[in-house]
Design a protein around this ligand. Structure first.
Ligand code: SF4
Length: 539
């Protein structure tokens, strides 16, 4: 049975879906229709990249919503061919592609609502960056002369403009209270009279004239007004979505796709890199490279390996994959690990316990997958037990130890203080970026989001003198209390994604032996595997 109300709602949705008349959306109604799971995943992933581009720019020192900020953001969108560019094409060229891009905009926004409504922290991250994105798009639309009035009309955003008489009578007050309004520009300018609660941002900045509970907003500040409305609506909708979330949990397909979505790595893919194609490293180079170009997380692993000639399981996986993507081939990797481990054991023990794992990382055993090295978010979110050295030093190290280590790395006291401040605010990746900049003496615009990116940028700079960035010096960067990524929150747990090797091989090695599962485990892994991993494997 279908109720009239629902029928009407559906009709309204279908109409909304049929055509998107504006490149800007207020996301009032959820999308309808069919989307394949692949499309669902791709759309969501691209929007995540868009939001992270906004976040990166916010943290790179440009003044938010300034001309420069918008230009940079749109350059980034164009460079990556994000759907935003196509979706905002003029309505005259309202072709199928434009409609498709607008639909992607619509659908992907709602998918991310599902992924980001789970916790307060995720909601805050999503709302902040969606709002920034919306404001940038609104300002861009104003800049290029898009039909803003049409957008306001279709979204029922009716702001009442004041009459010419009222404008004249309040002229002095309006001139004194409104920024960017002069006697010359005032004549042709429209002022909107709105309840002050709708213009809190402008009130907070003391940018509007207030009278009897109303704010007089010049049209130049319309973007702030609309954005504030967007933000409060989104905030309310996110809470509603969160309440409805348990209904989704029965759909395993969606749960799998959305699980840990915020931790997805969106940077360069290092898994497909052919070892030795653009750069090749050999075991004898590793110590020198570690001192010059490895990020602190990998340098820490290398230091421990050099001194103890052993790394625990997670350390071996993370460091092994990093070295693989850095250009160490399988033969060299076996040689490298063997040369360290043989200081504590004989060849047979090494071959029995460790060489399988190394070959597994290179896709020569088990599932034969070309595993990706871990990105920053995954390392930062990892669980660290006492004695583990595979975490991100900026997140997991004790403050005093981190300071000592940075002194040993010859970082100046001033930079160390800056880094400690960033760490204190939980800006771990920016702290790492600051470290990179201090050891290379140049800024890095792209930020740091992957240990291999840290390494590659360093090598590019040291070998070719290539300036990795045209960005601002980090010392000029003003950071906000926003997290670099929401997933950096220490309150969330970490799990591994399907693109990474599981914490143990899933299949038996070839050879048709008749070992029991526990015997297999003994053979593949050493004594430091956590009990949980063993249990999981035995299941
Ligand atoms: Fe390593 Fe990333 Fe932490 Fe830097 S921010 S130390 S690259 S995990």
């Amino acid at each position: 049975m279908e109720f009239g109300g629902r029928r009407a709602l559906r009709r309204k949705r279908i109409q909304a879906e049929a055509s998107y008349s504006s490149g800007l959306q207020f996301y009032k109604e959820p999308p309808t229709g069919n989307v394949s799971l692949t499309e669902f995943d791709e759309m969501a992933f691209e929007r995540l990249k868009v939001l992270r581009a906004v976040e990166r720019l916010n943290l790179s020192g440009y003044i938010k919503n300034s001309e420069e900020w918008i230009t940079k953001l749109y350059e980034e969108f164009a460079k990556n061919k994000f759907f935003i560019i196509l979706a905002e094409k003029n309505t005259k060229s309202n072709t199928d592609e434009v409609q498709k891009a607008r639909r992607q905009d619509h659908v992907s926004h709602f998918i991310l609502r599902l992924a980001y409504c789970r916790t307060e922290e995720l909601r805050r991250w999503f709302i902040t960056h969606e709002t920034d994105l919306f404001k940038a798009r609104f300002l861009q639309a104003t800049r290029i002369g898009s039909d803003i009035r049409n957008f306001l009309a279709i979204n029922n955003l009716h702001y009442t403009s004041i009459t010419a008489e009222e404008k004249q009578s309040e002229r002095e007050n309006l001139l004194a209270s409104s920024m960017n309004v002069t006697g010359d520009t005032m004549e042709g300018m429209t002022f909107y009279k709105v309840p002050f609660i709708d213009a809190l941002e402008l009130v907070r900045q003391r940018k509007v004239f207030l009278k009897q509970g109303y704010a007089y907003v010049p049209e130049t500040d319309l973007a702030t007004l609309v954005t504030s409305s967007f933000r409060s609506k989104l905030s309310h909708d996110m809470t509603t979505t969160c309440r409805a979330l348990p209904e989704l949990d029965s759909d395993e397909r969606l749960v799998n796709l959305l699980h840990d979505f915020d931790q997805r790595y969106t940077g360069k893919d290092y898994s497909s890199k052919k070892h030795g194609d653009t750069c090749r490293i050999t075991p004898d180079m590793i110590d020198t490279l570690a001192n010059k170009s490895f990020p602190p997380c990998m340098r820490q692993l290398n230091d421990t390996l050099r001194t103890t000639h052993h790394l625990k399981y997670n350390g071996r996986v993370i460091y092994g994959l990093f070295l693989k993507a850095a250009g160490l081939n399988l033969e060299d990797a076996l040689f490298f690990w063997r040369s360290h481990f043989l200081k504590n054991m004989d060849v047979d023990t090494f071959d029995k316990r460790y060489s399988y794992g190394i070959r597994y990382n290179y896709g020569k055993e088990g599932k034969k997958t070309d595993f990706s090295p871990y990105g920053c978010i995954k390392i930062i979110m990892g669980n660290i037990a006492p004695g583990d050295v595979h975490g991100c030093p900026f997140k997991h190290s004790d403050v005093a130890i981190l300071r000592q280590r940075l002194v040993a790395y010859k970082v100046s006291n001033q930079v160390i203080d800056e880094i400690m401040e960033l760490v204190n605010k939980r800006h771990y990746q920016i702290a790492c970026q600051r470290y990179w900049e201090s050891i290379h003496g140049v800024p890095i615009d792209a930020g740091i989001n992957h240990p291999n990116q840290f390494f590659e940028e360093s090598q590019k700079f040291l070998n070719g003198g290539v300036q990795p960035s045209q960005g601002k010096k980090q010392s000029e960067v003003k950071t906000t209390p926003t997290f670099m990524y929401s997933s950096q929150s220490s309150t969330q747990s970490s799990t591994q994604s399907s693109t990474q090797p599981s914490t143990q091989p899933a299949t038996q090695p070839s050879g048709g032996n008749t070992m029991t599962v526990s015997e297999e485990i003994d053979m593949y892994f050493d004594d430091d595997i956590e009990a949980a991993m063993l249990e999981q494997c035995m299941e």
